[in-house]
Design a protein around this ligand. Structure first.
Ligand code: ITT
Length: 183
C-alpha cells in the first residue's frame, strides 16, 4: 500500500487479514492531484506508478463530507485539518442543527495493467466537542450512526473497523481479490 499515513495502513491491514491477506507498506513518492472527487485522485495516484513487482499495489483516498457545507472538506480533508484543526471545524458547526456527515474511502488497486476502484462509506454526525484518544484525524468529532453514541476516537481499532468507511472499502477489495486471484 502506497501511503504516508500509518493509521490508514494499520486499519487496512487489519481488515485484509480477515481474508488471509497481508498488506505491506510501500514507501515512495505519492503524487496526488487536486480534484473534487476521491475516485479521480485515487486513480491518478497509481496510474503513473511503475514498480517492478508483480504483486497488486493499492492506494487509498478518504475524507469527511459534511452535509451542511455541501460535502466540505471532502477531498481536502487532510489540508483542512492541518489548517484549521478540529477546533476550526467545531467552530463552523457552532449552533448548527444539521450535523450530518459521512466518511468515504476509495481504494485504487493496480494489478499489472488493470486498475480498479473499491469504495465504502459510513454516515454519522459531528459531535459538540472532541472525545477520545483513539483513531486519527477527525475521529474524535465523528459519531457513527451505527454505533452507541461514542465517537470513532472513543473506539478501539477493532470497533471502528466493524463499521468504518475504510474497512468497508477494504472488504470489497478483499472479496474481489479472493474471487480474482492474481495469475
Ligand atoms: P496518503 O499518504 O495515503 O495520501 P493522507 O492522510 O494524506 O495519506 P488523504 O489524502 O486520503 O490521506 O487524506 C485523508 C484525510 O481525511 C486524513 O488525513 C484525515 O484527515 C481524514 N480521514 C480519512 N479517513 C479518516 C478516518 O478513518 N479517521 C479520521 N480521519 C480520516
Amino acid at each position: 500500500m502506497l501511503t504516508g499515513n500509518q493509521n490508514k495502513f494499520k486499519e487496512g491491514r487489519l481488515t485484509l487479514s480477515e481474508f488471509g491477506y497481508d498488506l505491506r507498506l510501500l514507501r515512495g513518492e505519492k503524487i496526488e492531484i487536486q480534484a473534487e472527487n476521491l475516485e479521480e485522485i485515487a486513480k491518478h495516484s497509481l496510474e503513473r506508478i511503475s514498480i517492478n513487482d508483480p504483486r497488486p499495489i493499492i492506494s487509498e483516498e478518504s475524507g469527511l463530507f459534511i452535509e451542511r457545507y455541501g460535502g466540505f472538506p471532502g477531498p481536502y480533508s487532510s489540508y483542512t485539518l492541518r489548517k484549521i484543526g478540529l477546533t476550526g471545524i467545531l467552530k463552523l458547526m457552532e449552533g448548527a442543527e444539521d450535523r450530518r456527515a459521512y466518511y468515504k474511502s476509495v481504494i485504487a488497486l493496480k494489478q499489472g495493467c488493470d486498475l480498479r476502484l473499491f469504495q465504502g462509506s459510513v454516515w454519522g454526525r459531528i459531535s459538540q466537542e472532541p472525545r477520545g484518544e483513539g483513531g486519527f484525524g477527525y475521529d474524535p468529532i465523528f459519531i457513527p450512526d451505527e454505533g452507541d453514541g461514542r465517537t470513532f476516537g472513543e473506539m478501539t481499532i477493532d470497533e471502528k473497523n466493524t463499521i468504518s468507511h475504510r474497512a468497508r472499502a477494504f472488504r470489497m477489495l478483499g472479496a474481489w481479490l479472493k474471487s480474482n486471484p492474481a495469475r
